[in-house]
Design a protein around this ligand. Structure first.
Ligand code: SAM
Length: 187
């Protein structure tokens, strides 16, 4: 993960505040990029991830506060977060629009949503055809992951004051989730 995404994460994670909300941190792939002492409010519904997440947090000096709910049900107060991070998670959540609406709600004015997601390939491309063909089997095998979500539209239409979004295509012969978006949305 670090080899594929690390350089981009280091750029967009710059100047994170002391407390960060992370949606779907899984086993803690992002914790290595946070400064030791950072408090991470981890919205992670899958309890099977929690022991690994706790172990990584301990190793990295991260103060962890796990909430075992989905992003759709996140109950932090309105405007209480300076930064929310979500990576490779909107492909998996049940309702990406609702999760992004929750992120927007929880952010303080000027707060930042930092995202990195794989997305559907362009309509009409052969990769998109492949993604559409494969998505049900893929979703079944990979814990609900959708190959064909146009997540960029969800973020761009969520009401942020400003969205800086870049994209890249992962070079892989085998993985059908090559197109990615990453960036920062500011409330
Ligand atoms: C592919 S993993 C990504 C983990 C990590 N963010 C990373 O970049 O490696 C997707 C994560 O989203 C979590 N997840 C699934 N549904 C969710 C939801 N509704 N709200 C928040 N997280 C969710 C899963 O439990 C899993 O930990």
């Amino acid at each position: 993960m670090d080899r594929i995404y690390g350089a981009r994460k280091r750029v967009i994670y710059g100047r994170l505040p002391q407390t960060v909300v992370e949606i779907g941190p899984g086993a803690g792939a992002n914790l290595r990029y946070y400064a030791p002492g950072t408090r991470v409010i981890a919205i992670e519904p899958n309890r099977a991830m929690h022991p690994r997440l706790r172990a990584v947090a301990r190793r990295r000096g991260i103060v962890l506060d796990i909430r075992a709910v989905g992003g759709e049900q996140a109950d932090l107060p309105d405007g209480s977060a300076a930064a929310v991070v979500g990576t490779l998670v909107l492909c998996t959540v049940t309702d990406p629009r609702r999760v992004v609406a929750q992120i927007h709600r929880m952010l303080a004015p000027g707060g930042r949503y930092i995202f990195l997601e794989h997305v559907a390939a362009l309509q009409g491309s052969s990769l998109r055809g492949f993604q559409e063909h494969l998505f049900k089997a893929w979703r079944w095998c990979f814990d609900g992951c959708h190959l064909n979500r146009e997540t960029q539209r969800v973020i761009l239409t969520a009401g942020f004051a400003r969205v800086d979004m870049d994209c890249f295509v992962m070079q892989s012969r085998w993985l059908p989730f090559a197109p990615h978006i990453f960036g920062v949305a500011e409330k």
